[in-house]
Design a protein around this ligand. Structure first.
Ligand SMILES: Cc1cc2nc3c(=O)[nH]c(=O)nc-3n(C[C@H](O)[C@H](O)[C@H](O)COP(=O)(O)O)c2cc1C
Length: 225
């Protein structure tokens, strides 16, 4: 006989203390100022701060609550150096051959290239791994979606804390598991430098552009004919 699920009263509800419309706008005002940063300061960020960011990420929903993620937080200069070296190697192969013409053209306005000095300068690199199997050997469900949501929450938490990030995807990313000595069931998913932007940090104008609300949002007619 399967045991019936236990339930708890949902008492610990978040109340923003203001109407949802205002709270939603306030959050947007924080999030709209997030930028992918590729020029970091070496100003330190405490381990405690990183722990809070990872807690926020780990509070994400996930398929069957399997929480199929691991956030490996790197601050050691030697590890960062090895990650930079390996990432730059992959990126050179990408820019010099693996990328399609169209992809390179789409990247042009961002001005990215194979050089990734920020991987050594940023005080922390958070390497997100997707679990292909639970730690106890069990199955995971919708791991891709779950890790995507958790990572989005990590980015939002960093932004909320006044920290900058980059969603870096050197491809293929296998080297991250090797450099960090992670088990086979953990698949490198994203490399996220976290820290403060450099004082002279520039961001590509192209990156600031967003589609208009009408382009991304479709609303029904609210039951009216
Ligand atoms: C899945 C994903 C992969 C990305 N990969 C890279 C990357 O490898 N290198 C990089 O410099 N930026 C990368 N970016 C950042 C995008 O270029 C950036 O989000 C976009 O230009 C919009 O700029 P914004 O983040 O400042 O709003 C990636 C973003 C996402 C969501």
């Amino acid at each position: 006989m399967p045991r019936p699920p236990e339930y708890l009263p949902f008492d610990d509800r978040y109340d923003p203390g203001e109407p949802p419309e205002l709270a939603a706008q306030r959050f947007y005002e924080v999030m709209r100022r997030r930028r992918s940063v590729r020029s970091f300061s070496d100003r330190p960020v405490s381990r405690r701060t990183i722990e809070w960011l990872v807690r926020a990420a780990g509070s994400a929903p996930s398929g069957a609550n399997k929480q199929p993620w691991r956030f490996v937080c790197v601050q050691d200069p030697e590890l960062k150096r090895r990650i930079r070296r390996a990432a730059e190697e992959e990126e050179r192969a990408f820019y010099e051959g693996r990328a399609t013409e169209e992809w390179l053209k789409d990247l042009e306005p961002l001005g990215t290239d194979p050089h990734k000095p920020f991987l050594e300068v940023a005080p922390w690199l958070i390497v997100v791994f997707k679990l292909a199997q639970d730690d106890d050997g069990g199955k995971v469900y919708y791991a891709e979606e779950s890790v995507g949501i958790a990572t989005g929450m990590l980015l939002a938490a960093a932004q909320h804390a006044g920290l900058a990030t980059l969603t870096h995807t050197p491809s293929p990313m296998r080297f991250l598991g090797e450099v960090l000595g992670r088990p086979e069931r953990e698949r490198a998913w994203m490399l996220i430098p976290v820290g403060y932007p450099a004082d002279d940090c520039l961001v590509p104008a192209h990156a600031v552009k967003r589609k208009a609300l009408e382009q991304v949002m479709v609303v029904d007619r609210g039951g009216r004919a």
